[in-house]
Design a protein around this ligand. Structure first.
Ligand code: NAD
Length: 703
């Protein structure tokens, strides 16, 4: 057990500005350089949070005359990773002219529709709602970021007083106001009334800083944040973090084991409409918070910065637990009632705060689940969003840590939070989201995923939006396949674990890892396999046993563990066996292989019967003669088959093509297509079936 809270001393931010490099860049490139530098440190701003701008004199493409153009981060995007095309460009004088159209707060949303009229140079990047906050400040260079240390001050009960104490008159203070045209007017007025100010803290939200050069602006942002970090460290030195430890953290293995047991159950309970994907985080900052005396006091207050709670919902769900005195068996029965109560609380919040034109209530389930001693689990419709929600909650924890030690932390007032969550502009953004792919929100596990058919299957399922766990005994090939899949589909959605499907304990561990990686399982493709041939009298017991172990026992072990996970999750599932036509049709000289493959098919039928009451479908795809990409066909087996057909190895593919009824070769992608059919809802009414993908082979016709 660990029980030492981590230190609340934060190191200062480094000044990374490289003046020599900056001098080689154009003005827009320098803006990008400044933005990427600021966004590279999550202590400066959270993912996707904050925006940066420069007012640049450029030739107007219409007249050739020099005009002032506002370059400001456009809608969406992240200053740490954005490129030049992420900036919106607006004629500054036209943007300023909009102030004449603005008659008051009731025009706030309508103003957003006017921004495209100010677009410079036909730039297609949509403008963000933060645009007026930059455009009406007179300084040429403006940064707006969400640093944890500054929000800690901004979210304190006495944030105005602390702002004065930390920055003197250099950085001013404005009360909470949601971003939009009105806040732009407030900032303009503030700058006019305080011409010597270098920035402003926005209550509950973040920091604005400005300068007369790119470098001055960057250095002022970093310097202002460092003042906050140093002040917080000074004030909180020696004080216990979050009121001290209440529940010490369990060891890392226990934490992961508990997470892997509860995640599928939570996932099942909250995936009523769309399936969710999970992310587990047990970094020290999280463990300090979830195991603290102040957890019950702080968690319900919710997050403050609008960026934070849009991702995390206003409050997390705390699941009471003490790993020192309880086991996961004590925790599991608490999940359903706690989730039910959270949903009821969310519905009540919606009813209390809704306006006549509010969009309908969205998913009432929590995004963030906190378990004392164990860590934080986040769920969202896709894996990256679940991970990022976790990152945002860590930002929120850092904010609460700072605010709680130096003052009293204050979340955003409920109605303000609601108005942002159900802002019609946010709703419009949601409505514009593309339709999800057919396997979005699903988790698939493919055994033998580094082999020919396994890798093609992983690609097919990931291409349809599934998160994919590949596993294989061949660790070198597994690493190559993992890297290729991550490159094609993104690191978030691919996981790889070495496994020998004949070893019970490694198979059990594999399913725990899969549950902790993505929150559960929907699709199992049992595919790991070999091929062998030998006349019966030459079939050694070892060869016979090897076929039985990998094909028969291996398929049994992974199915058994998949059943346990799918039943815990209670959302059905699809199991697909890659068997072989040799499971249906006897072949001379391959009795061990054929018998083991036949046992796979019979096992699939038994499991189809057992799985049906739970919505678990079990089907079989039978490949035949898939030479390309298959390791089975690269060794001894290929040589033996070539000899049997009296051709050289290069001629073997043609032999099989000619042997097929359709005179076609069968490729790994063809098998993957069959798997996809059984994995997806396309086949939701099929179980216990066999699909031959063999270009036609009459003896394999099923009856
Ligand atoms: P492959 O050799 O390219 O892939 C099989 C993968 O399984 C390999 O990466 C291998 O390392 C892995 N594996 C083997 N033993 C394992 C173990 N104990 N634990 C974990 N992983 C293990 O072959 P493939 O052609 O892609 O075959 C995939 C499946 O299709 C096999 O079950 C095979 O019997 C079946 N099949 C293939 C063909 C064909 O013509 N290729 C025909 C009928 C059936």
């Amino acid at each position: 057990m660990l029980d030492t809270p981590t230190s609340n001393q934060s190191p200062l931010l480094a000044d990374l500005w490289d003046a020599a490099h900056a001098a080689t860049l154009s003005e827009p490139e320098r803006l990008l350089y400044r933005s990427n530098l600021l966004g590279s440190d999550k202590r400066i701003t959270n993912y996707g949070g904050g925006n940066t701008s420069s007012k640049i004199r450029m030739a107007d493409p219409l007249t050739g005359e020099l005009v002032d153009v506002l370059w400001v981060k456009g809608s969406g995007g992240d200053i740490g990773s954005m490129k030049l095309d992420g900036f919106a460009t607006l004629y500054l004088d036209k943007l300023h002219a909009l102030a004449k159209r603005y008659t008051g707060e009731e025009m706030e949303d309508a103003m957003v529709d006017l921004y495209p009229h100010t677009t410079f140079n036909l730039n297609p990047r949509a403008t963000s709602i933060d645009t007026p906050l930059h455009g009406f400040l007179p300084a040429r260079y403006v940064d707006h970021v969400h640093p944890d240390a500054v929000i800690a001050i901004a979210a304190s009960a006495d944030s105005r007083k602390i702002t004065e104490e930390v920055w003197g008159g250099e950085i001013g203070w404005l009360p909470w106001r949601r971003p939009g045209f009105e806040l732009g007017m407030w900032l303009k007025k503030f700058a006019e009334e305080n011409p010597t100010a270098k920035g402003v803290v926005l209550e509950a939200h973040g920091l604005f800083t400005w300068g007369d050069s790119e470098e001055e602006c960057y250095k002022r942002t970093v310097g202002s944040i460092n003042k906050a970090i140093a002040w917080l460290a000074d004030k909180s030195g020696g004080k216990p973090v979050f009121g001290g430890v209440k529940v010490p953290a369990a060891d890392a293995a226990t934490r992961r084991a508990v997470a892997s047991a509860v995640m599928p159950v939570i996932r099942g309970l909250i995936s009523e409409g769309t399936r969710k994907l999970g992310h587990f985080d047990d970094q020290p900052a999280v463990l300090d918070f979830v195991g603290s005396n102040d957890l019950d006091k702080l968690a319900p207050l919710g997050t403050s910065c609008p960026d934070h709670f849009l991702r995390t919902k206003i409050a997390p769900l705390v699941l009471p637990f003490d790993p020192a005195t309880e086991t996961v068996a004590d925790l599991l029965p608490r999940l359903a009632p706690a989730i039910e109560a959270y949903r009821a609380g969310y519905a009540a919040y919606y009813e209390r705060c809704k306006r006549p034109n509010s969009p309908a209530m969205r998913d009432p389930n929590a995004v963030v689940y906190l378990i004392p001693g164990i860590g934080m689990i986040t769920f969202a419709g896709d894996k990256a969003t679940a991970r990022i929600a976790g990152e945002f909650y860590v930002n929120a924890i850092n904010v609460m840590r700072g605010a709680d030690t130096v003052s009293t932390y204050r979340g955003l007032p409920e109605q303000e939070a609601f108005d942002i969550e159900y802002w019609l502009l946010e709703e419009a953004k949601l409505q514009r989201m593309p339709k999800p792919k057919s396997l979005a929100g699903r988790v698939a596990l493919v055994t033998g995923g580094a082999g020919g058919i396994g890798l093609a299957t992983a690609r097919r399922l990931a291409g349809e939006g599934a998160c994919v766990v590949i596993c294989d005994i061949d660790q070198t090939a597994l690493a190559v396949a993992d890297a290729a899949l991550a490159k094609a589909f993104g690191r978030d959605v691919i996981a790889a674990f070495p496994v020998d499907v004949t070893k019970e304990e490694t198979v059990v561990a594999l399913f725990h890892e899969a549950a902790a990686a993505f929150g559960g399982l929907d699709i199992l493709v049992s595919n790991a396999g070999i091929a062998s041939s030998a006349a019966i009298e030459d079939t050694t017991l070892a060869l016979w046993q090897r076929n039985m172990d990998i094909l028969s026992t291996g398929y049994f072990l992974v199915s058994r563990e998949a059943f346990k996970l799918l039943k815990a999750q209670n959302r059905g599932g699809s199991i697909v066996f890659i068997a072989s036509k040799n499971g249906l049709v006897a072949s001379p000289g391959a009795s061990a292989y054929c018998t083991a493959k036949a046992s796979e098919i019979q096992l699939a039928r038994c499991l189809a019967l057992e799985g049906a009451p739970h919505g678990i479908r079990v089907n079989v795809v039978n490949p035949d003669a898939v030479l390309r990409g298959s390791k089975i066909w690269s060794g001894e087996w290929r040589a033996q088959r070539a000899e049997a057909y009296k051709v050289d190895e290069g001629g073997l593919e043609e032999v099989y093509r000619q042997r097929s009824m359709l005179k076609l070769s069968v490729y790994p992608e063809d098998i993957a297509e069959g798997v996809y059919f059984f994995a997806a809802d396309l086949s939701s009414k099929s179980t216990g079936n066999i699909l031959n993908v063999d270009a036609g082979h009459a003896p394999s016709f099923t009856r």
